[in-house]
Design a binder for this molecule. Structure first.
Ligand SMILES: Nc1ncnc2c1ncn2[C@@H]1O[C@H](COP(=O)(O)OP(=O)(O)OP(=O)(O)O)[C@@H](O)[C@H]1O
Ligand SMILES: [Mg+2]
Length: 353
């Protein structure tokens, strides 16, 4: 048969690859997405046998077309559910594809054509792998503080009378700090999962960035950081910014904390107008970030050697800034320290009235 009754153009815009054969397995159509997935052209495969054009095997290396036998199998069969299969020969050998097939039959159940749908599995493989990495990293991060909590509490319970008050206090302080670390990690992970799922809730209000920066600095000073480590500059008149104040605090707090913890010397925060919004630059006088690691600092769980953090801070900063339509970048301060710069557009009120 030819492609009679087949509207070829209907497949052109489909994001999934589609390959159609006649009743005996000769390819009659390959849509553009399938051309891309199979790195071939319709001209090169139309007229050839499906089993030759697309040799597929399952996890046990069984030939898929032989197993499912679309051209000779049960006349009641109308489809094959989605399976993950591998190309078993040729230039794409080993490539994973998600494959489904529909058998189009006439009123007498005679096979008319087979429609095979193809999806490239690489994007899904990457997400699966990054999810698996995330789980193992999280498990690892949780284990060390919990091991310490368990160790100290077990020791205290078993040998309470053998320790003096000072020793007990020290152990409890460690337990307390480790519990804080677990809480912080879990809070960060919730932010990460909201960012990854695109489910950040934005409660936009007018935010005064200069006030927010001063509040972050005052908080650090109240927490024991010396006052003379901070300089805040405002150059020019900042516009009204519509943003989520808690998230803006979190961004500024993270950058200031990093400058204190990973940097050295004076932490300078400079605010200026930028396009219709504002620019915030946080600089320190430490060793800075080498240009070849600059791109990596914003990835999940990346941290420098001596860091005791979890490496999620800057990933969250980037996610929060981008959720506001802004951007963040890292460079070098004049003295060689780290220089983080983020910009926020003026934004719009939550409801246009
Ligand atoms: N101001 C800075 N100077 C030098 N290195 C920095 C600076 N800020 C960040 N870094 C480096 O980038 C890494 C990632 O920072 P990030 O804030 O994402 O994680 P963290 O501070 O280690 O942990 P946390 O999740 O607790 O914030 C840090 O571990 C550090 O090595
Ligand atoms: Mg940090």
């Amino acid at each position: 048969m030819s492609g009679a009754g087949l509207d070829k153009t209907a497949y052109d815009d489909l994001p999934d690859g589609v390959l159609v054969t006649d009743a005996v397995g000769m390819v009659v159509l390959l849509n553009p997405a399938a051309e891309r997935i199979l790195s071939t052209s319709a001209d090169a495969v139309v007229g050839r046998d499906l089993r030759e054009v697309l040799p597929l095997a399952d996890e046990q290396h069984r030939d898929w077309w032989e197993c499912t036998d679309p051209y000779g199998g049960l006349p009641t069969r109308t489809r094959q559910p989605e399976r993950r299969l591998q190309v078993s020969r040729g230039p794409l050998l080993g490539r994973e594809l998600l494959v489904t097939a529909a058998y189009v039959r006439d009123d007498d159940r005679a096979l008319q054509r087979v429609v095979v749908s193809l999806r490239d599995n690489r994007a899904r493989e990457r997400t699966d792998r990054s999810r698996a990495d995330l789980v193992s990293t999280v498990a690892h991060e949780l284990r060390s503080p919990l091991t310490s909590v368990k160790g100290f509490t077990a020791t205290l319970l078993a040998k309470w009378d053998r320790f003096n008050d000072e020793q007990k206090q020290l152990m409890l302080q460690t337990v307390n700090a480790d519990a804080d670390r677990v809480t912080r990690l879990l809070t960060e992970l919730l932010d990460v999962s909201r960012i990854d799922a695109g489910r950040l809730e934005m409660r936009k209000q007018v935010v005064d960035l200069a006030v927010a920066v001063q509040k972050a600095v005052d908080g650090r000073i109240a927490g024991g950081d010396p006052e003379d480590r901070f300089v805040v500059n405002v150059t020019g008149e900042l516009p009204e910014i519509w943003a989520d104040p808690d998230k803006v605090d979190q961004v500024i707090g993270n950058l200031v904390e990093n400058a204190l913890r990973h940097g050295e010397g004076t932490v300078t925060v400079t605010l200026s107008p930028w396009q219709d919004g504002a620019e915030v630059v946080v600089e320190d006088q430490g060793v800075g970030i080498p240009p070849d690691t600059a791109a990596r600092v914003f990835t999940r769980f990346w941290r420098g050697n001596k860091g005791r953090g979890t490496g999620l801070g800057l990933y969250i900063v980037k996610g929060l800034v981008e959720a506001h339509g802004g951007s963040v970048e890292v460079g070098s301060a004049d003295g060689g320290g780290a220089r983080f710069r983020f910009v926020l557009p003026a934004g719009t009120p939550p409801y246009d009235s």
